[in-house]
Ligand binder design. Structure first.
Ligand code: 16G
Length: 240
């Protein structure tokens, strides 16, 4: 229950209670929450107060509103450990989700000056460009664009790309993927991104740039991806 004499604002107390119900599993992903009116009656507070608690939980990604329907508990976010260099396929499998992809582009392009510099190639060297929507259990999670030196990934075809790129590189080409540099930035979805990710335009997304290296220091890929921020979070363990 809430304590009206507490120095903690009432909306905050309600927010924390709902959060606790979600974290403890009393409210499960996909469950519909009570309406604002019901919460207001239940806690004996104004609907404005309830609305503030609800909006805060929406902003924190715990719940989401469906127009004309109600407010629901959000699915759990997929965590990617930042200290392990994983592929999308491995990432999903670890979460016991089924990975899949939709191929939007698979082309050979000549390296522009900028791409050539990043990949340590001469300008106009053939580069393989791959654009995929990545899904977990059929839900779009990310849009991903990879650029790889074409001579490094010989034999790549659509069938392979629909499975795992890293698996092919390691198991078929016997190259050793060693490390990567990754930059993560917050942004909002453009109309095109929103349509591909099946979210509303302007929803939060995480823009990720990854430059991956082979054990001998060769640049293997440049990747730009847009992840749905409501479905994805990063986790990092640190040592001192
Ligand atoms: C991840 C990587 C991406 C890599 C892909 C390979 C991030 C931000 N990016 O999505 O760099 O190319 O996995 O996935 O994590 P695959 O082996 O499933 O094709």
């Amino acid at each position: 229950m809430i304590n009206k004499n507490s120095p903690l604002p009432i909306y905050y107390q309600i927010e924390e209670q709902i959060k606790q119900q979600i974290e403890s599993g009393v409210l499960k992903p996909g469950d519909m929450l009570k309406s604002e009116r019901e919460y207001a009656e239940y806690y004996d507070v104004s609907r404005m107060t309830v609305r503030q608690a609800i909006n805060n939980l929406v902003n924190q990604g715990y719940i989401y509103k469906k127009k004309g329907s109600g407010t629901y508990v959000q699915e759990k976010k997929i965590e990617q450990a930042l200290n392990g260099l994983t592929s999308f396929t491995e990432d999903m499998r670890k979460r016991e989700m089924e990975p899949s992809s939709r191929l939007l582009k698979f082309e050979l392009i000549p390296a522009t000056a900028k791409i050539a510099k990043e990949l340590n190639l001469k300008e106009n060297t053939p580069v393989t460009e791959i654009k995929r929507i990545r899904y977990g259990d059929g839900i779009p999670i990310a849009i991903e664009r990879n650029l790889l030196p074409a001579n490094l990934v010989k034999g790549l075809n659509e069938e392979i790309i629909n499975q795992s790129l890293y698996q092919y590189i390691e198991e078929e080409l016997n190259l050793r993927i060693a490390d990567a540099l990754q930059v993560i930035e917050a942004s909002t979805a453009s109309k095109t991104e929103a349509d591909l990710l099946e979210i509303q335009k302007g929803s939060p997304i995480l823009l990720i740039e990854r430059k991956t290296f082979l054990a001998d220091g060769t640049v293997l890929e440049l990747v730009k991806s847009a992840y749905r921020a409501d479905r994805y979070k990063f986790m990092i363990t640190m040592q001192r």
